[in-house]
Design a protein around this ligand. Sequence first.
Ligand code: CNA
Length: 440
Amino acid sequence: MSKAKSSKDKRTTQPAVVRVTRNSSTHSRQADSLQSQASGTSLGPQAHPGGRQSDSGLVQDLRLMSVSELKASAARRRRPSKTGSSGTAGSLSGPRPQASPSIPKSGLGTIARLIKLGRLKNIVVVAGAGISTASGIPDFRTPGTGLYANLEKYNIPYPEAIFNIDYFSNDPRPFFSLAKELYPGNHQPNYVHYFIRMLHQKGLLLRMYTQNIDGLERMCGIPEDQLVEAHGSFETASCHLCYTLYPAEEAKRAIMCGSVPTCSFCQATVKPNVVFFGEDLPEKYFQHTTDFPKADLLMIMGTSLKIEPFASLVNTVRPAVPRLLLNRDAVGPFERKTLRRGDYMELGDLSESVQRLAQILGWHQEIEELMWGHENQCVPQLGSSAMEEQAAQERRGVEVPPGRQHKTSSLGTTGARSGSEESDASETDSMSTESSGPSN
Ligand code: CNA
């Protein structure tokens, strides 16, 4: 009891947090159907360390998430919106967006032209795990390679439990073994990260909203004030119960050695400040209420848009604002049969699409130089991704044995092209093979 009170007190001394929690929309939907089956009255974690969770425990976990999601969506509904969407924010005005025929529009050329004309100067980037797969970090959902597909060894009741705070409270080991892989330092930023950094360098980036926790955005030099790490990061750590801060480096050392860091105040487990399902999102996340209405282009990269409330952010730009989806598959509002006017998607490998866009813009070489400079300035990181290592070797003219080769873009992540080789907008529009239809 006194512990609970203390933790509350402690909590007020921590940086302000907001009452919007992270949710898996998939879970919420599952929970809706499971809720009616659940007969128990008490809510609470039912995780069984190292073992399978009982069905009723799972249902209760899902109910917890569902409640949080209901709160989040109620909060969203309180905000006036004329779009009729489930947007999280924005006093959006104007007519309902016009639906256009269901032709996936590849907009690389169009978007590049608008940027070159100086018409798009406040770009908001929304990103997810897909921007880091080229750095060697698996995403969640790509079949066979995603993190969720590799969770069997953790023996957890359902994949998302790895980010469930109640499950963590009972057994932090699965998350800690995942954390070992994701801790910054093990991987290097790739071309996509540097493209976003280039947006910043050109004065075009209003803000980047990332769901990633790998720290590669910071590492490639996107300044902190331009970055919203919506699902937290490993930069800081605190007690998962009383929120007392804990030195991040010490937490990392303990986790890397396979031990469990514990709070000096209440002895509960310390965790890096990665946002789990049901936990509050960082205060910075709420900059979206001013950023999104200001945006004149939204770029959505490498995300399945399945986690709320983040996913709904994409519905909060003004209706006439172009939205460009760069992803392997259509997600979120881009799954609809009819796309809204100004919606463009380039489906396929993200690094390749981004490189094509960079080439149309005439930025490719600059980005290559930026990567090159960064790589040579930095002391090589222990365990840097094999792909980056290969890139570095290729640059140095070292032949990489075929068995150790990693896929790079057909445009060549590493081969610096001269500006003159960079194609113009119209050429590249026709290079977009995965998206059919006019480039508009
Ligand atoms: P997700 O649900 O795994 O979706 C990733 C999306 O990216 C999918 O639609 C993929 O098809 C697409 N994708 C993956 N690789 C490529 C590629 N090379 N080219 C084009 N598209 C690609 O991940 P989300 O980010 O949407 O889900 C949010 C979760 C994932 C966040 O809470 C993160 O914390 C969590 N996560 C983060 C990391 C990381 O920090 N790198 C890794 C894995 C998961």
